[in-house]
Design a binder for this molecule. Sequence first.
Ligand SMILES: [Zn+2]
Length: 227
Amino acid sequence: MARILIYDEDTNKIYTETLTENDPMPYSYDSTLRVKEFRGSSGSPTLWTTTRAMEAWNLTRRRYGKGIYVGYAFKRIWEGGHGNTSQHYAGVSFDVGQNLTSSGRQALWTVANNLGCWGYVEPISLTPTWVHFDRRYGTPACGGTSGYPTLRKGSKSTYVLILQDSLNALGYSTKTLDGAFGNNTYTALVNYQKANGLTADGICGCSTWKRIAGMVIGIGRTPTVID
Ligand SMILES: [Zn+2]
């Protein structure tokens, strides 16, 4: 069983479903993406994604017209192998096509890239044995085109889930894992910032994100090393 939180950017709401590993992911059509495929090697009891990521999956799957093998999708930060601002941790990324030949991967990459529904399709030269696409969103706190957005009281997103999950793992309880940045998350973040020599403003910006992601990545890290 998995508790799955789905953030809808259009309504700014988070929906929760409890599903079995063989159930289709919420908003995915038919059985094109099951919970266990989205989970991959992650041992997290709670998973999260967005409606737009699922819509992008559906479009890609329809255009491609056949099954897409998913090697890696969701991970928690310490479940390894990815950079500490990876969109996999936000539940909006997919590493797929590991079972294909290089020409097969090229075809899949072209479908995903030409659809224009993903925020980012990694150049195939960087992914020799897989295809990476993600539906990243928000404005990165540290600038550039990747990384997590600045979060503050009132924020709601899968990035808040990364923050809550990480603070809890580091011993600063947010009481809930709900994707909504409220008073308990604020208090946990301020306490974390105070203990780590950061400006204790309760805002998770570039420097706080860097510190948190750097600290949490060593927790129970798994040997899965693929980006
Ligand atoms: Zn990837």
